[in-house]
Design a binder for this molecule. Structure first.
Ligand SMILES: [Zn+2]
Length: 86
């Protein structure tokens, strides 16, 4: 029987408003400092983020190899020397 075990409980603070990629680190550092100053029993606060890759030509999600548009495929092929050896 499959058993469910949950561990590593943590509290995640999400900024109440969207922040730009440019200002994200500074905004999160400011929130982190405010949280440490105002909340008891905080041992560690980490700033985490997700990373998503998109194609600069068409904006589509970029996975291992570009298969979204010809521009991305051509650029990737030109910059991948292993393809010349095949
Ligand atoms: Zn593309």
């Amino acid at each position: 029987m499959k058993e469910k075990h949950i561990s590593g409980y943590r509290v995640v603070i999400d900024p109440y408003r969207p922040i730009s990629e440019k200002d994200a680190q500074a905004t999160c550092e400011r929130i982190k400092a405010q949280a440490k100053r105002h909340i008891d029993d905080v041992g560690y606060i980490a700033i985490e983020h997700d990373v998503e890759y998109t194609c600069s030509y068409c904006g589509y999600e970029w996975e291992d190899n570009p298969d979204c548009c010809a521009d991305a495929l051509n650029e990737w092929a030109a910059n991948t020397p292993e393809l010349d050896e095949l």
